[in-house]
Design a protein around this ligand. Structure first.
Ligand SMILES: Nc1nc2c(ncn2[C@@H]2O[C@H](COP(=O)(O)OP(=O)(O)O)[C@@H](O)[C@H]2O)c(=O)[nH]1
Ligand SMILES: [Mg+2]
Length: 240
């Protein structure tokens, strides 16, 4: 007899049914998101805007990295930002102070941005004006990895303060990433972390991923990141 509701089924059978229902529900949510992400991708393609989805743990340095990147590149290209946080518009304000348009999404209960939220956020922009659109995702190394937003590239920002082993512990987000930025390199000496070991773990999870070591604070290594972005913007301009 089931102790949960007193019916004749076994607890194991109930658990089996619950997890089947959970999988079916997750599949439905994700396939709806995938359809909306494809629509977003079509819009980005038509407008020839390169879209970069930045994902990381909270505090890895996404906003700091964007602030420096925008200040450095805004004379060469037009840039917009969509930023997701559970509450507040603090990051949008920080990013707007660099002189670009930033739209904040407050996800309230959700731990990630999804394609539907991005679709509505696009109404805030005149997308055809942009060469480059950054999406700063909600700080979380798990859920954002499951939600395609229609972006061209997913970039993981990993901070040296997180230790070397995060790629092994949270492989999902690294699996489909195009680039890993190992940030806070200025702290390596103090922390005694081994960046090479961290990057070898990234390669073990995703042999195709590239990585750059940077410091958004000091600017160390950032030139290679700017070159990566310039190349992607140039390539998109040249297609079609
Ligand atoms: N030392 C150091 N601190 C950094 C660096 N990048 C960001 N930070 C600091 O890390 C904290 C979190 O940064 P923030 O950009 O808000 O992270 P986010 O939550 O990923 O957007 C802030 O105090 C930043 O000043 C870096 O490269 N080196
Ligand atoms: Mg931020």
């Amino acid at each position: 007899m089931c102790e949960t509701c007193g019916c004749q089924e076994t607890v194991a059978l109930h658990q089996q049914e619950d997890s089947k229902r959970k999988i079916e529900l997750e599949e439905k949510v994700l396939s709806k998101n995938d359809r909306l992400a494809e629509r977003n991708r079509g819009v980005f393609e038509a407008m020839k805007v390169v879209v970069v989805n930045l994902v990381s743990s909270p505090g890895a340095g996404k906003t700091t990295l964007l602030e420096r990147t925008i200040r450095e590149l805004k004379s060469e290209m037009t840039i917009g930002v969509i930023v997701g946080d559970q509450q507040t518009d603090r990051d949008a304000k920080r990013l707007e102070s660099t002189g670009v348009k930033a739209h904040q999404i407050n996800t309230i209960d959700a731990c990630h941005l999804d394609a539907h939220m991005i679709r509505h956020s696009l109404d805030q922009f005149s997308l055809s004006e942009f060469n480059l659109l950054f999406i700063e995702n909600v700080g979380n190394l798990i859920c954002p990895g499951a939600f395609d937003l229609g972006e061209d590239f997913r970039v993981v920002v990993l901070a040296t303060t997180e230790g070397e082993d995060k790629p092994l512990k949270y492989p999902g987000i690294f699996l489909d990433s195009h680039l890993v930025l190992l940030n806070k390199m200025d702290l390596v000496g103090v922390l005694k972390v081994d960046p090479d070991q961290c990057l070898s773990f990234v390669k073990r999870v995703n042999p195709l991923s590239s990585a750059l070591c940077v410091s958004a604070r000091t600017g160390e290594g950032m030139d290679k990141w700017y070159d990566w972005l310039r190349k992607k913007v140039m390539e998109k301009k040249e297609t079609g």
